[in-house]
Design a protein around this ligand. Structure first.
Ligand code: SAM
Length: 279
């Protein structure tokens, strides 16, 4: 008998993928974690019924959330990742030799442990001596650390459960305070085709905390609609100043990101501009 997994989008549409078997299923204090072997896309991680990654395609999300802010900052030496328990974003950040320390704050130890066990290529950064991995609430960590980072990357789940406070004006103001005077941030910001209210609120809140706020997009086939957006917010540097554009050619093993993608990813279709009230 064929086995299929379906993720529902707003209980109105969905994404269905054929699976061979369930490799792990368990519940932490925070969420339900399932790891499934798919027929086509390798292993797949699911949190609370939502697909986080597939082995075959995780590169597009992780490269875009990490390398865009790392390109926009002239010298990103200290980087903070909130969430990102699978390790993919840390793997990409640590491809930049200029990084002296990458702090990663993930709330759920189960995600880290099972990623090490089932996704060793994604979790490879956990062995890197420049990574300082902390298991705690990212909201609290940001509140307690000021003027400390060049780049902050919010690689969280959707705004429900433990990630809900990470989508708020209060949080973005704390991210601003956690950054050095010329710091900048990126965050996953859902699909502009589906989540209009969440996006509008998120960008309005970010605009109250940062002088420069931009949306950029990439294609992530296993996320709702495939078109995924990321927020870029900065105290000083505009993304088009692109101080480190030439270093992109030197980053190891990129499967999605390149110079042309950086230069075009901030170009938005009209409906997305309208969503953000941009001209
Ligand atoms: N790329 C994924 C997506 O958008 O679907 C997110 C991947 S990553 C696995 C998300 C991680 O954020 C999860 O492991 C979750 O435990 C973590 N997380 C959620 N809320 C958090 C919080 N308040 N502090 C730290 N980590 C948090």
């Amino acid at each position: 008998m064929d086995l299929w997994f379906t993720e529902l989008y707003e209980n109105a549409s969905g994404y269905t993928i054929k699976i061979k078997e369930t490799l792990y299923s368990g519940k932490s204090k925070y969420q339900q974690l399932d790891i499934l072997q798919t027929e086509q896309l390798g292993k797949m991680m699911v949190l609370d019924g939502l697909i986080m990654l597939t082995e075959a395609n995780e590169f597009s999300y992780h490269e875009m959330i990490a390398h865009v802010p790392m390109t926009a900052h002239p010298n990103p030496e200290r980087v903070l990742i909130i969430g990102g328990g699978d390790g993919g974003t840390a793997r990409e950040v640590l491809k930049h030799n200029c990084v002296k320390e990458c702090v990663m704050v993930e709330i759920d130890e189960l995600v880290i442990e099972k990623s090490k066990e089932f996704f060793p290529q994604i979790a490879s950064a956990f062995d890197n001596t420049k990574l300082n991995l902390l298991v705690q609430d990212g909201f609290k960590y940001i509140e307690d650390n000021k003027n400390a980072f060049d780049v902050v990357i919010i690689d969280s789940t959707d705004p429900i459960g433990p990630a809900e406070p990470l989508f708020s004006e209060h949080f973005y103001k704390n991210v601003n305070a956690c950054l050095k005077s010329d710091g900048l941030m990126s965050a996953q910001s859902e699909s502009p085709y589906l989540y209009n209210e969440i996006i509008r609120q998120m960008y309005t809140d970010m605009g109250k905390a940062f002088p420069i706020v931009k949306m950029y997009t990439g294609y992530v086939p296993f996320y709702p609609t495939g078109m995924w957006s990321f927020a870029f917010a900065s105290k000083k540097y505009h993304p088009y100043s692109k101080p480190r554009i030439d270093m992109i050619d030197k980053i190891d093993n990129l499967q999605y990101f390149n110079k042309e993608i950086y230069c075009t990813c901030f170009a938005l279709p009209n409906f997305a501009r309208k969503l953000l009230d941009e001209d």
